[in-house]
Design a protein around this ligand. Structure first.
Ligand code: IFM
Length: 441
């Protein structure tokens, strides 16, 4: 059972569920173009069992069933993403009308069911044609992204409730170009610095283009991990501060202060494109809200070798099946930090929070008390932040459905709804029913 009910939250507080295009739609359907995730997954060793998003959860053909599930859950908002390559298969130029029609139906289907459509324009499936041109390393991507934004928003922008240009810029930049765990799988500090900067430039460009179309309720969505020093030593404290600077403060600083933190610049500055400081005017184009995706913390200690001189350590807290420690305090601390240090009175949404688990379908049901407990802990953190005066306006669970967990394939189940990937049957889990009950009461 969920401990908190809708009535425990302020009037108008938005409860929502989130998904993303490549993870659920079935990118092989409807004339969508090839993406760098298709290329990455087709390269041996990148993705568990070389799984890809060609079929996903077959949402492309099951949209109505999924929208009915959202409506029956009783949430206010559905946060989904649109695929650049579905709209513009070559990244620019010719439009795929079937793609625009698909998102048009999705938006109308939500509105008919009384659910707010919250759009993200980019959740990682870069058209391969643009990857060929250097992808996020190429400064021109900001204008390419702006063009895509306009094409799509001229069609659905009159009916969407909110828009965020980019999901999780850290993943687009660092995870994909430095760690190499996501497409395009690079491990290159110069590519990283450029991608981290260009993704923010693209964000600002898209916001400005949407403002020019007269749109409102535009935001930014970043993911954060709390960095806890391994011990009391000055070395561990510095290592954790550097992790925090790269993971969290680089993006908050760029978006809301027009500056990058010194501890990130010490390694990245030499690789940033010429004139990067002049881009902050675009990057800081005002937004109407700020979104925070939160899952876990990391225990960080110092490390020998090249920059950034830190190493992640295993902590002692309970883990999800991703191996992520469950640490709700980090959500509370980030909400307070974000408001106090970066965003002030700007509305804040928890745009993603949730857990993966080895959920099993038994006699037509999935008992996932672990997920309900996770949600209880994190909703408590939201309550504490509200009590501290943070303007939290909503909380969205990742995810509606079990789906394609990127390099980890389909075996990490984050859904409130179980998906059988042999026949695509959807079965609401215990946590879905618990949330539905909490929202009704
Ligand atoms: O599945 C992802 C999602 O695409 C972005 N945020 C984190 C989720 C869980 O890893």
């Amino acid at each position: 059972m969920l401990r908190h009910r809708r009535s425990d939250f302020p009037e108008g507080f938005q409860f929502g569920v989130a998904t993303s295009s490549y993870q659920i739609e079935g990118h092989g359907f409807g004339g969508a173009g090839r993406t760098h995730w298709d290329d990455f997954a087709a390269t041996p060793g990148n993705v568990v069992r070389a799984e890809h998003g060609a079929v996903g959860c077959d949402h492309y053909h099951r949209m109505d069933e999924d929208l009915d599930l959202i409506q029956a859950l009783g949430v206010d908002t559905y946060r989904f993403s649109t695929s650049w390559a579905r709209v513009l298969p070559e990244g620019g130029g010719e439009v795929n009308q079937m793609g625009l029609d698909f998102y048009d139906r999705l938006v109308d289907g939500l509105l008919e069911r009384g659910v707010h459509p919250a759009v993200t324009l980019y959740h990682w499936e870069l058209p391969s044609a643009l990857a060929d041109l250097g992808g996020w390393r190429n400064r021109d991507i900001a204008q390419w992204f702006g063009d895509y934004t306009e094409v799509l928003m001229r069609r659905i922008g009159d009916r969407v409730w909110s828009v965020a240009p980019i999901n999780e810029p850290w993943c687009v930049g660092w995870l994909s170009h430095f760690v190499g765990a996501h497409a395009p799988g690079l491990r290159d500090i110069r590519a990283t610095a450029r991608a981290m900067h260009h993704v923010l430039l693209a964000h600002g460009t898209a916001i400005a283009r949407m403002r020019a179309l007269g749109m409102r309720n535009l935001g930014a969505v970043c993911n954060f991990e709390w960095a806890t020093p391994l011990d009391d030593s000055p070395e561990a404290t510095l290592a954790a501060a550097r992790y925090d600077a790269i993971y969290n403060r680089f993006f908050l600083g760029g978006l809301f202060k027009g500056a990058y933190p010194a501890l990130a610049l010490e390694g990245l500055e030499a690789h940033l494109p010429k004139g990067w400081e002049d881009d902050f005017g675009v990057i800081t184009t005002p937004v109407d809200w700020s979104g925070l995706n939160y899952y876990t913390r990391k225990l960080i200690g110092p490390a020998e070798g090249s920059w950034p001189h830190y190493a992640e350590h295993i902590g002692g807290l309970p883990l999800t099946s991703m191996g992520w420690e469950i640490y709700p305090q980090g959500l509370q601390d980030f909400l307070i930090r974000m408001a106090e240090e970066y965003t002030g009175d700007l509305p804040i949404y928890v745009t993603e929070n949730g857990m993966s688990a080895e959920d099993r379908l038994t006699d037509g049901a999935v008992a996932d008390g672990h997920r309900t407990a996770y949600l209880n802990g994190h909703l408590e953190a939201v309550q504490n932040a509200l009590a501290a005066g943070v303007p939290v306006k909503g909380y969205y669970i990742w995810s509606l459905l079990d789906n394609y967990e990127w390099a980890l394939g389909y075996e990490k189940r984050f859904g409130l709804v179980h998906v059988d990937f042999d026949n695509f049957t959807r079965t609401p889990k215990g946590s879905y029913h618990a949330l539905a009950q909490a929202l009704r009461s």
